[in-house]
Structures are given as structure tokens and as C-alpha cells.
Design a protein around this ligand. Structure first.
Ligand SMILES: [Zn+2]
Ligand SMILES: [Zn+2]
Length: 540
């Protein structure tokens, strides 16, 4: 199959002939799924505005109010009292037993007592989808959240974990709805659904914990449900068809001005990501997905764009399949020139279709970026890859991404010490050095050693490393450390020089735009970033 090999001078790039284009297979025997998206959580009061007529329905299907004229409303949690909880630490959730067993083995090797629980929550009736998930939790239980937190930071060096709250009884409280025009109000002890042509929610949190954190008013279609969660706080859920949901995701996850074929590729990855994350990310919550980066950014109708709508419609029902399963479809902003192997970023089994690739046709690097000297040269250069906006004949719409392709952050030593101390909880004294111990194929750090005057310790994995070295989160884990100046026998300034934005696994979004601009179709884009998958239409 390999017709020829050319070696480029700078990085020893080897280049292979393209394989034949893949077609979309048809199956079409499933129904379009309906999904539930959590758009507000943990609120004591929510303000919203309804356009057109509105009806409120309780959980028995009875009308609390019917055919009212829309307008401004508020909802309050009244007399609410949280449930009593016990707390546990979850070290992961996986879609199949063998992957869960892998995590159990990993944790046991680190001296942690864990077990895996099967959770059946998947309600989607489409083929090739997982039917249940397995959550791996520590055997240890905690009676307070602070006990769980203390233990969590104690085992942080061994594994990341998430605190889960297991209610021992029901929360209490009622929802009070008040019409702000006429002050009419009614109370409901249980969930209330409402359907209207449009509903606008005030102050929805956007991008929490990342550098673009803010709040905004958002407009939604479909049905809405308001309920009190186990803390006695208000949760708002938007329930809608998967294809309508995607119209609120695609323009939030990719600029609508990107070339059309890349928007189509984005529509498919967003569709696949949505169903593959169901049950996995929010197994105990009354919704399938949240609306943040954690699951996928969803802005309702607020950012809708005609081109994105068309990209969703023209790829309707198309999924990526590998070995009789709907794949994972991770994607990220700018890979920096090379994408990453999935197992180097998260503790999940290596997937054949999630191997890191050079972001440039079917090429390979012969100078591996896992080696320190290569990655330094790589970051200091401007390689001819799809996501390099300085590349010849690239689309103008990716110019904004220049600051992510290659970037630099500078810290005074004391400033960086403070950040690392706050983020990791480690009391390491004064900062002597940051030593890269292990990198993935894209140059992203897997293990970084922090050397202090009191102790040295290792930060493991891409996201914890990005979080530990920035007040918010570093653009990527692909960076090297340059030390400048000395004072009192220690380094004066630490400079982090980096490449890329995001985890780098799967599709590089800016690279996809550039591929589309050079004439590639959505299926060629997808099979470049997810090698060995095929595309299949599962419903009409
Ligand atoms: Zn989520
Ligand atoms: Zn890229």
C-alpha cells in the first residue's frame, strides 16, 4: 500500500500515499434519541423568561398551569433541606467490564482498596451503544465531605479521584414559581416540566475553571424541567432531540465561520461524543450531560448559526463506528502539530483509532516528540502542519488560533511557587526546578517532577499538570521549561514555552478547518484523526 516515502529535512517527516476514501454506510433502523442536558445546577433562585404560551406540568402529568401568556418568572427553593449523605471517592467510570477491571488493577497496584459497581442508566435505543457503565470506587466510606477531601488529597499522588455523594434519605423543600408581572405564584413539591416555544435563562455559568469563565443569558427550545436536587437546590434540565442539541453544540465548540466540511466533521464528532458520554459523566444525576466542557459546550439557541445547522442536518444520524461500537470522539482546539495517544492523557485502554498522528496528511515523525531535545526544537519551530495558521494558503478563519499554536507563560519564582502550592496542596518549600520525566507522542507531559527545597514530588497526567502550573489552566501539556536569571541561589524567572490548546486526543479542530479549506471532505478529515473507523447512518 505504501507507494513512496519522502523524508523532509527539518523533522524527518515521512510521508505515505493516501488510502481510498471511505463511504458512509446506511442502517437507518433506529429512532432519533431524546437527551436531557443539565443547564443550571445548585441554584437557590433562577430567573427565566418565556416566549409565547406556556404550560406547567407536574411529574404525574397533571397541569399545574395551562396555556398562560409568557413573560418573566422566577423560581425559588423554599424550606429546602439537603439529604444526609455518605461520601465515597470514585477513581473512574468505564463502559465495559474489562476496562473497569483495568482501573481496579491500576488502583490495587497503588495500594488502594477499590471495587467496581455496575450502573444501568443508559436509555438510548440506538445500535452499537454501551448499555451500562461501571464505576470504580474506593471501599472506604466517609461521613463528611471534608474527610473525603482530606483523603482525596492524601491519595492524589496515586490517582485522581472524584468525590461522590450517596444520599441516605430524600432532600426536602418545594419549588415556588412566581410570575413577575402579576406576582401570581404556585408551589410544587416535585419536578415541574414546561414547554414553550422559547425560554430564556439568566446568568448561566460558562467555562467555569477555564480562562474564558463568565456568565450569560441563554435561550433554549425544547422542553424544560425544573427540580430540587439532593442538596435541595434547583436544577434546570433541557430535554430535546439529539439533533437539536447538536445545533447548540456545534457553533459553541467550533467557530461557525470555519469551512463547511470541518463543521460537518465537528457535527459528527459532537454527535458521537454526546452518546458515548451518556451514563459515564453523570451516572447519579437526573440528566445525561452537562452543558460545560466537562461533557460538551451547549449554548441552547443562543449561538445558533445557519451554517452549523446545515452541517448538523446534512450529517444527520451519522456516527463513527469501530469494532461494532460507537467510538469515543475526543477532539480539541489546536493539537500543536501532533495529536496524542488517548492512554497518555486519561487512564483508559489504548484505542486503535486514537493513536497520535502528525497533523498533516498520512505522515509520521521520525524524530519522536517524547524525547526532550526533539520537543524543544519542535516548540521553538513553526512546522508545516494543518493547525499552523502561518501555513501557506490556510483559511483566514483560523488566524485567531495563532496564540495557541505556540505560546509562552512567564512567572517569577515566588509567583509560580504560590500557584503550585495552592493547586497541589504540597508544601515543597522554594522551587528549584520543574523536571519533565515522561512525555507522550505529541510532546504532552505525562509526568512532571516538582523539585523544591523541602521535597520533590511528581504531578501525573496532562490535565493535573496544566492545572497545577496556572491560576486557571495552561493551554496545553506540551511545553518545556526555561529558567532565566538567578537570585539568592535560586532561579529568578520560569518561562513555560508551549504548543497547542487542549488535550490533543482525536480531531484537531483548527487542523480540521485547514484540511477542509484544502479541499478535504468530512470523511477524509475524520479518518485522518480517527484512523480505522467507519461512518454509518443509524437513523433518518
Ligand atoms: Zn458533564
Ligand atoms: Zn493540529
Amino acid at each position: 500500500m505504501v507507494a513512496f516515502i519522502i523524508v523532509f529535512s527539518l523533522f524527518g517527516i515521512t510521508c505515505q500515499a493516501p488510502t481510498q476514501r471511505k463511504k458512509v454506510l446506511e442502517r437507518n433502523d433506529a429512532e432519533q434519541p431524546v437527551i436531557r442536558v443539565g443547564v443550571l445546577q445548585g441554584q437557590t433562585q433562577v430567573d427565566f423568561r418565556v416566549e409565547g404560551k406556556v404550560s406547567f406540568v407536574n411529574s404525574k402529568g397533571d397541569f399545574a398551569l395551562k396555556g398562560l401568556q409568557g413573560g418573566p418568572w422566577k423560581i425559588e427553593a423554599i424550606d429546602s433541606k439537603p439529604a444526609e449523605y455518605i461520601y465515597r471517592l470514585a477513581v473512574g467510570t468505564r463502559k465495559n467490564r474489562s476496562e473497569a477491571e483495568e482501573v481496579v488493577r491500576f488502583a490495587k497496584n497503588k495500594g488502594l482498596d477499590v471495587h467496581s459497581n455496575k450502573i444501568e442508566t443508559i436509555h438510548l435505543s440506538i445500535p452499537y451503544i454501551h448499555k451500562s457503565v461501571y464505576q470504580i470506587v474506593l471501599d472506604k466510606k466517609f461521613i463528611s465531605e471534608s474527610d473525603a477531601k482530606t483523603y482525596q488529597s492524601k491519595i492524589q499522588g496515586k490517582t485522581n479521584s472524584e468525590i461522590i455523594k450517596i444520599p441516605q434519605n430524600d432532600s426536602e423543600g418545594i419549588l415556588r414559581f412566581t410570575n413577575l408581572y402579576n406576582n401570581y405564584s404556585f408551589d410544587s413539591p416535585g419536578p415541574i416540566r414546561l414547554s414553550a416555544s422559547q425560554i430564556q435563562l439568566a446568568d448561566v455559568e460558562v467555562g467555569s475553571g477555564f480562562h474564558w469563565e463568565t456568565t450569560e443569558h441563554r435561550t433554549y427550545g425544547g422542553a424544560f424541567e425544573f427540580l430540587l436536587d439532593q442538596d435541595g437546590m434547583i436544577t434546570a434540565i433541557n430535554e430535546l432531540f439529539l439533533e437539536d442539541y447538536l445545533k447548540g453544540v456545534v457553533p459553541s465548540e467550533m467557530p461557525a465561520g470555519f469551512p463547511y466540511e470541518s463543521l460537518k466533521a465537528q457535527a459528527i464528532t459532537a454527535r458521537v461524543e454526546a452518546v458515548s458520554k451518556i451514563g459515564l459523566r453523570h451516572p447519579f444525576e437526573p440528566f445525561d450531560l452537562c452543558d460545560e466542557v466537562h461533557c460538551q459546550v451547549y449554548s441552547g439557541l443562543s449561538r445558533n448559526a445557519e451554517r452549523a445547522d446545515m452541517a448538523v442536518e446534512s450529517t444527520r444520524g451519522i456516527f463513527m463506528i469501530h469494532r461494532n461500537e460507537i467510538t469515543e470522539a475526543f477532539y480539541a482546539g489546536v493539537c500543536g502539530g501532533h495529536t496524542e495517544n488517548n492512554e497518555n492523557v486519561w487512564l483508559i485502554n489504548a484505542k486503535k483509532y486514537l493513536r497520535g498522528v502528525l497533523d498533516r496528511d498520512r505522515n509520521r515523525l521520525s524524530t519522536p516528540l517524547s524525547e526532550e531535545s526533539n520537543v524543544r526544537k519542535w516548540i521553538d519551530s513553526s512546522p508545516d502542519v494543518y493547525c499552523n495558521s502561518a501555513r501557506k494558503n490556510g483559511p483566514k478563519s483560523i488566524n485567531y488560533s495563532k496564540k495557541y499554536f505556540r505560546w509562552q507563560v512567564e512567572y517569577k519564582r515566588q509567583e509560580l511557587e504560590k500557584i503550585i502550592r495552592e493547586k497541589t496542596g504540597e508544601n515543597f518549600g522554594e522551587l528549584i526546578d520543574l523536571v519533565p520525566l515522561k512525555r507522550g507522542v505529541s510532546g504532552r507531559l505525562i509526568d512532571l517532577e516538582v523539585v523544591g527545597t523541602k521535597k520533590r514530588f511528581i504531578i501525573n497526567r496532562e490535565l493535573p499538570i496544566r492545572q497545577a502550573l496556572s491560576k486557571k489552566t495552561l493551554y496545553s501539556g506540551c511545553f518545556y521549561v526555561k529558567k532565566k536569571g538567578r537570585s539568592k541561589g535560586l532561579t529568578h524567572t520560569f518561562i513555560l514555552k508551549g504548543a497547542g490548546w487542549g488535550h490533543g486526543v482525536g480531531m484537531c479542530q483548527v487542523g480540521a478547518a485547514s484540511m477542509a479549506h484544502s479541499g478535504k471532505k468530512f470523511d477524509q478529515i475524520l479518518t485522518h484523526y480517527y484512523q480505522g473507523i467507519f461512518l454509518q447512518k443509524l437513523y433518518n
